[in-house]
Design a protein around this ligand. Structure first.
Ligand code: SAH
Length: 226
């Protein structure tokens, strides 16, 4: 009787640990892969990160739906496809050091941390920043460094960065972020008017000069300043 009981408990445990795995798989297949994200590293990262643990409890059952969700303080966790698109756009690699502006829930940072060596992430709203930091610690992301501060200035002590991912819409690309982008590095940033349609802009730095390219029309929460 005893072995059966143990087996029974452990399979229940595995089930409850992974009860969202099916939804996550479907999200990656139908929302990310089907729309053209091909980078296997990105697809695997999004298959791994438990998105439902990054949203408030009352939204947990919607965590894998094709939309952004509120995370408090008027902010949102981005739609899964946008996270996949932006992550692929900066071509993350295993040895990279990446800066994210706008930690929010910490989800984008976790997706990056599954792929790259080190992630640095800045959040301007204290409560969001500290909750995300705690969440990322509990989930065991030892390669993420999170801090509460105005991301306009970047994180100069840790630059230059191989990639920079900005998850709030700026009126223009902050110069300190351009300065902290490594030679050959890539930044993705939504640029445009607040509370309207913006463009995801890809920025490449080569021989000290930057080239920009508009990739996709998007709607992000505003990049604010202290
Ligand atoms: N990447 C987040 C999405 C966050 S929404 C996630 O995966 O959940 C954008 C976030 O950018 C918000 O939390 C907002 O407070 C933050 N933000 C806006 N302006 C900022 C600034 N100047 N510096 C740092 N964070 C900023």
């Amino acid at each position: 009787m005893k072995p059966f009981f143990i087996l029974c408990c452990s399979s229940l445990f595995i089930f409850s640990q992974d009860e969202y795995a099916g939804l996550r798989h479907r999200m990656v297949e139908r929302q990310i892969k089907a729309r053209g994200v091909r980078d296997q590293k990105v697809l695997e990262a999004m298959m791994t990160v438990p998105r439902h643990l990054f949203v408030p409890k009352e939204h947990r059952s919607s965590a894998y739906q094709d939309r952004p969700l509120p995370i408090g303080h008027g902010q949102t966790i981005s739609q899964p496809y946008i996270v996949g698109f932006m992550t692929e756009a900066v071509a993350p690699d295993h040895g990279d050091k990446v800066l994210e502006i706008g930690t929010g829930s910490g989800y984008q940072a976790a997706v990056l941390a599954e792929i790259v060596k080190e992630v640095y992430t800045l959040e301007i709203i204290r409560e969001l920043g500290s909750t995300a930091k705690e969440r990322l610690n509990i989930l065991g992301y030892t390669n993420i460094n999170a801090k509460v501060s105005d991301g306009y200035h970047g994180w100069v002590e840790h630059g230059p960065f191989d990639a920079i991912v900005v998850t709030a819409a700026a009126k223009e690309i902050p110069q300190p972020l351009i300065d902290q982008l490594a030679e050959g590095g890539t930044m993705i940033i939504p640029v445009g008017p607040q509370f309207s349609v913006q463009n995801l802009v890809l920025v490449n730095k080569s021989n000290g000069a930057i080239k920009t390219k508009k990739l996709l029309a998007v709607r992000f929460v505003p990049f604010t300043r202290d």
